[in-house]
Ligand binder design. Structure first.
Ligand SMILES: [Zn+2]
Length: 238
């Protein structure tokens, strides 16, 4: 599939930022949601980004980024935890759909992170075999937070986002090769429920934010292929 207007990772992220800013301001354009767009897309799709986020009902991807039909290839599950189907879907988005950007979307007050936290700290084990399986995938962030951080649920949530963003690259040779080649970048962002603002937490690959990253403080990146990481807030005062 060839794309007439293939965006760079930086351009794709800029487009998502602009959509989020319209949403924050209460001035969404609701693009690409009409009959004509539906008709154009009937036999093809060329989304400009893949989004892997929490399934929380308040994180409706196309709404908070003011996008429309055919714009975003979306994968969501509770707590945005990596599994084989997640990685497969993202590999498909990169290889077949040629998306230049993967956005990992977490949010504050995440129920899945809270459940993982409660199971470990408060020994409150949730019902459901698969729920218990899911929260074990957040456990590494709890271990790291106890070892290196504050051990609060907020710290666990941020570490889980960072780990997830790095690991989806390091676990997939296809994605890491695309990042190395500069075709794809990955950004982990956190969504604030109260004002709808998305804040950048971690980036892997060249997303055009390196100047901001060095100004905001760059963390060490364990993954050999990770190129850049920053703590820069995208909407610091939104
Ligand atoms: Zn959540």
């Amino acid at each position: 599939m060839t794309h007439d207007h293939q965006l760079t990772p930086s351009e794709a992220w800029q487009r998502m930022r602009e959509g989020n800013e319209r949403f924050i301001d209460g001035s969404p354009e609701h693009p690409h949601q009409d009959v004509e767009r539906r008709s154009i897309l009937a036999n093809q799709q060329t989304p400009f980004a893949a989004l892997f986020g929490c399934a929380d009902s308040r994180l409706a991807a196309e709404i908070i980024f003011d996008a429309g039909l055919g714009d975003l290839f979306v994968i969501r599950n509770a707590g945005q935890v990596i599994d084989t189907t997640t990685l497969a879907s993202l590999e498909y988005a990169v290889s077949a759909l040629e998306v230049p950007l993967i956005v990992v979307l977490a949010h504050d007050s995440c129920g899945a992170v809270q459940a993982a936290f409660d199971a470990d700290v408060n020994k409150q084990v949730p019902d459901g075999f698969y729920v218990r399986d899911l929260i074990t995938r957040i456990h590494p962030a709890i271990v790291e937070s106890k070892r290196e951080g504050s051990g609060t649920v907020e710290d666990v949530a941020e570490r889980h986002l960072r780990q997830t963003t790095r690991e989806l690259v390091s676990h997939s040779e296809l994605i890491s090769d695309a990042v190395d080649a500069g075709r794809v970048a990955v950004i982990g962002v956190n969504y604030q429920l109260v004002d709808g603002a998305v804040h950048e937490v971690v980036t892997v690959g060249d997303i055009g934010l390196n100047a901001a990253a060095s100004a905001g403080g760059v963390d060490p990146v364990p993954a050999a292929r990770a190129v850049a990481e920053s703590d820069t807030a995208i909407h610091p005062t939104a």
